[in-house]
Design a protein around this ligand. Structure first.
Ligand SMILES: Cc1ncc(COP(=O)(O)O)c(C=O)c1O
Length: 485
């Protein structure tokens, strides 16, 4: 029987623990060999299966094969990793999680990374970290304000509300669909403590403007990088221009690994930072709020497990069960991490494909600029695009509904810009009625326009030229039918 609490080696699969203690060394060795052989055979079969099943998918048939907005892109490496992780049967955070945290931190260019079970959990862990009493005067408290974008995804904002802080919504810039930086100063008040923005559809927000604002007022910055892993931005705030990946500019940043995103683990996400203190706090919120930082299956990493005196607990109370935060359990399993480890090795290539696909659509739809406004990259950015956003102009002879139903009717998937205008959703009904709990800067006209007129189509790496050409044909055919050529 496999012994509980024993961590498998990061190099060779842990098969020794399957061996009965009473076995002689020779028979144990034989059994070990045979388990290794079986694993090898399983992995070989899995490789064959993935190759065969992917061949079965067949060629693209225009009008019949769906052109998806996004999807998993994988080969045998993801599946063999997953099968290996399942044969390890470690299940919770383990060797694959450790490797993925390291690989992700290295890829992004940050010191610390924690895996979590979704991008929403990443946002929750990141924002919760800012509320920690360990941060003293700088912590975000109930009633403090956090500046964020109204055109976005709900779980960028949910943690702010859940912690009793007040989201202050600014409008979007019509060209980038990202934060309108001219509203930042107006949004600031004596209660402002933090700024939390997503890089919309992979397009970095104006990082230099936001960082300058944050530094001027001593505010935390959380980058919701869920849609932008691999996007680059060149900051000019230092002595020389410095190009880095998004996720390295804020105090904390987050990723989502839900299948449409730049890499996938099924469900999954990550929180990353350069601050050891914030990393410790994020880990505590992720892991039940505990003070202890032992990895799953480990005891006494601190070496003084029974020698702490914290809170009003008796001296020596087990550090493993000592809680410094009101936390959650947001951990990723090793099964998910094993998939992510194969994916992270491909993220740079995925990003190149996203950029190529976006540029191809942009170039071949450019002549439709009189009916659509197409999103532009933020100055000094190089987005790893999540999608291709188009806004139907007011003077176009058709509506968003017309083009979206034409595309969908021809098997081209479309998506709205997530929540559109967040404050118009039913989750705000109660706060709207009592006129408290959030603030809005101006009337959010650009956000409303995005809500009413914008939609996006895919650029994900699973698309080939045939998908893109077909999609372009459908855009053109729809416009043709309304007399736009
Ligand atoms: C900007 C943004 N933040 C957060 C999330 C939440 O990620 P998840 O679906 O993994 O919870 C998403 C999801 O797509 C997103 O687009």
């Amino acid at each position: 029987m496999t012994s509980a609490g024993q961590e498998p080696s990061a190099v060779a699969p842990d098969l020794r623990s399957n061996i009965d203690d009473e076995d002689s060394p020779a028979s144990a060795e034989r059994r070990l060999e045979s388990a290794r052989d079986i694993r090898q055979r399983i992995i070989g079969l899995v490789e064959d299966y993935v190759a065969a099943s992917q061949r079965e998918e067949g060629p693209f048939v225009p009008g019949r094969t769906p052109v998806r907005y996004a999807g998993r892109v994988y080969d045998e490496r993801e599946v063999t990793n997953l099968v290996n992780a399942s044969l390890d049967f470690w299940l919770t955070e383990g060797r694959y999680s450790a490797m993925l945290e390291k690989a992700l931190a290295q890829f992004v260019g940050v010191g610390f990374c924690r895996l979590v079970n979704s991008g929403s959990s990443a946002n929750l862990a990141a924002f919760s970290s800012l509320t920690s009493a360990r941060l003293g005067e700088r912590r975000v408290q109930r009633g403090d304000e956090v500046i964020t974008l109204a055109a976005g995804f709900p779980t960028t904002v949910a943690p702010i509300v859940q912690h009793g802080a007040v989201p202050v919504f600014v409008d979007a810039n019509p060209r980038t669909a990202n934060v309108d930086i001219t509203q930042l100063e107006e949004a600031f008040s004596s209660r402002t403590r933090a700024v939390m923005f997503a890089h919309t559809l992979g397009n970095p927000f104006d990082i230099d403007a936001v960082l300058t604002f944050c530094r001027r007022h001593d505010l935390w910055l959380v980058e919701d990088n869920c849609d932008a892993l691999g996007s680059r931005y060149t900051t000019q705030l230092g002595d020389a221009p410095d190009t880095r990946y998004t996720g390295t500019f804020g105090d904390l940043a987050t990723s989502s690994f839900y299948p449409p995103h730049h890499m996938t683990t099924g469900e999954g996400g990550a929180v990353y930072t350069d601050s050891e203190e914030l990393d410790d706090i994020a880990a505590s919120f992720r892991d039940w709020g505990r003070d202890c930082y032992c990895k799953s299956g480990k005891d006494n990493t601190c070496g003084i497990r029974f020698e702490h005196q914290l809170g009003e607990l008796p001296f020596g109370y087990d550090h493993k069960y000592t809680y410094s935060h009101f936390g959650y359990n947001l951990k990723m399993t090793d099964l998910q991490a094993s998939i992510g480890l194969a994916q992270i090795a491909k993220v740079a290539d995925f990003g190149a494909a996203r950029r190529r696909n976006f540029a191809y659509l942009r170039e071949n739809l450019a002549h439709l600029g009189e009916v659509f406004d197409f999103t532009e990259a933020t100055p000094r950015s190089d987005p790893s695009w999540f999608g291709f956003l188009a806004t139907v102009r007011e003077d176009a002879p058709f509506t968003r509904g017309d083009i979206v139903s034409y595309l969908e009717g021809h098997r081209v998937q479309t998506r709205m810009l997530f929540a559109g205008n967040l404050v118009r959703h039913p989750c705000f009904d109660e706060m709207r009625e009592r006129k408290s709990g959030y603030r809005v800067i101006g009337d959010l006209p650009v956000t409303d326009r995005l809500m009413e007129r914008a939609f996006w189509v895919g650029v994900y790496p699973g698309m080939g030229i045939e998908h893109l050409d077909y999609m372009i044909e459908q855009f053109i055919a729809c416009c043709d039918s309304f007399g736009v050529h």
